[in-house]
Ligand binder design. Structure first.
Ligand code: DC
Length: 222
């Protein structure tokens, strides 16, 4: 069973996917973490301003692994945890460029599909319902107003209520990132669109869990 959750940056995909996986006894795969880990592995070896090619980037692929851990698959570089490294600014500022390369996308898609061969998964990303698992029985496209996405992201990062100026600045950055990732961020025709602007996280999770039950235990129509 595959549940695909796509949507723009900071729409809450990863945290929602993680909760849904826990509730259903599935494992969460964060496809963005693979793009980030490949970028981080390359950055350990090369200067940012080098003209990277997709072919060259995927040579770092064997250093990156997805390890099943509880209700997640955790990404590792050279066998070690790398969560802080893959979320830092050096990686974030380069990852859209890396993710635009077809060789890199094929490599990530192969890792994600492999994880789904042995587990029921909730996969979050940008193109999971369109490219990676076009036949997934449940596809969700999460959206939220940019201001609200920026506010949530800052709340999490700063662990306090952000000021309006801070939210405005973060909204600009998010809108710029949306533009960079726009080609890859596609809503599947059969995806359920979930606008979370006015939903709490538990409400989002409940809606997706209910949809998953409807898909897996749907009574026969006679
Ligand atoms: O969701 P995120 O910020 O961790 O994603 C990191 C980058 O990878 C971002 O530039 C979007 C890109 N990405 C993608 O192109 N396709 C995916 N399935 C997942 C992420």
């Amino acid at each position: 069973m595959v549940i695909a959750i796509d949507g723009p940056a900071a729409s809450g995909k990863s945290s929602t996917a993680q909760w849904v996986a826990q509730r259903l006894g599935y494992r969460h795969v964060d496809s963005g973490s693979l793009y980030r880990a490949l970028t981080a592995a390359a950055l350990r070896d090369a200067a940012v301003d080098e003209p990277w090619s997709g072919e060259q980037l995927v040579t770092h692929g064997p250093r990156v692994s997805l390890r099943p851990e509880g209700s997640s698959f955790v990404v590792r570089i050279d066998g070690a945890d790398c969560d802080a490294e893959i979320r830092d600014n050096a990686v974030t500022s380069q990852v859209s460029r890396v993710a635009s390369m077809p060789e890199v996308r094929e490599w990530v898609n192969a890792q994600v599909r492999q994880a789904a061969q042995t587990h029921d998964v909730v996969v979050d990303g940008r193109d999971i319902g369109t490219v990676v698992f076009p036949n997934a029985p449940l596809k969700i496209f999460l959206v939220a107003d940019p201001w609200e996405r920026a506010r949530r992201r800052l709340n999490q990062r700063l662990e306090r209520r952000p000021s309006d100026d801070e939210v405005a600045e973060e909204t600009d950055l998010l809108v710029q990132r949306d533009a960079k990732d726009a080609t890859q961020t596609v809503q599947a025709k059969d995806a359920v669109l979930l606008d979370t602007t006015y939903l709490t996280q538990p409400e989002q999770v409940e809606r997706i869990v209910a949809l998953a039950h409807a898909v897996t235990h749907r009574p026969l129509v006679t």
